[in-house]
Write a protein that binds this ligand. Structure first.
Ligand SMILES: [Fe+2]
Length: 244
């Protein structure tokens, strides 16, 4: 195969995003988007080795229990809030499982407060909740987290816009081209319809891909609400990017 042919193959495989499936890059009521996004149109270039290669993570990197945010504070008590069991699969554009994908999760506590110096919300911190966790997908692309459902919170300097309950995700796929940072929303939340971030994705079907579905409540030692969220890295059915 000639060099130009393989370049063409890569260009097909890594098509540019359809902008209707992605949020507007700059949101007037979301300060961070103005700092994080370029004002000029992106350049188009053929991906090379730097783009089609990616990091490979050793499963030994993870400590046991890192996917249990409800107990990760280590004090012997679980976090305050509604216990949830979230499971799903990480898939590529052809529906194949993405194995050994590092899945990182961060979120507000049950009162809508992040354990972060930059969080200006007056809601209380929970000493039994840190709000970060991570795991790695198995051979079927499956992942599992146990956590609590986060609360809604107001966005500073936004005219009292409240974010609906949501989880932040970061994923590494098979290459830098399949890296994804996004947010997951819960079904049936009244604030979803008013969220300036979720609704910055113009395409309704793409917005739906950011909402988890109700799943069977698992038989754990403690009752938990079950939710399922499949994440697609790249391709037509890609889970949209939602920056953290
Ligand atoms: Fe958030």
């Amino acid at each position: 195969m000639s060099g130009s042919a393989s370049e063409a193959d890569l260009r097909i495989r890594f098509e540019r995003y359809d902008d209707r499936t992605q949020p507007a890059r700059i949101l007037p009521r979301y300060r961070a988007t103005q700092r994080r996004n370029p004002a000029a149109a992106p350049l188009d270039f053929a991906p090379g080795l730097g783009e089609i290669a990616g990091p490979v993570f050793d499963p030994d990197l993870l400590r046991p229990g890192e996917n249990d945010l409800a107990a990760a504070a280590g004090g012997g008590r679980r976090a305050l809030g509604q216990l949830i069991h979230l499971s799903g699969r990480v898939l590529d554009e052809d529906g194949r499982p993405v194995r050994r994908s590092l899945v990182e999760l961060w979120q507000a506590n049950g009162a809508g407060r992040y354990r972060h110096d930059a969080d200006e919300n007056s809601a209380p911190l929970d000493p039994d909740f840190i709000g970060v966790g991570r795991t790695m997908t198995d051979d079927e692309g499956r992942y599992v987290f146990r956590t609590i459902k986060p609360g809604a919170y107001p966005v500073p300097d936004s005219g009292n816009w409240w974010r609906p309950p949501h989880l932040h995700f970061s994923l590494f796929g098979t290459s830098w081209m399949s890296r994804l940072v996004t947010q997951m929303f819960f079904p049936g939340e009244p604030l979803n319809a008013h969220d300036h971030i979720l609704n910055a994705v113009p395409d309704a079907a793409a917005r739906e891909r950011l909402v988890c579905r109700v799943a069977e409540n698992p038989l754990l030692p403690e009752p938990a609400l079950g939710f399922a969220f499949d994440i697609v890295l790249r391709g037509r059915a890609e889970t949209p990017w939602i920056p953290g």
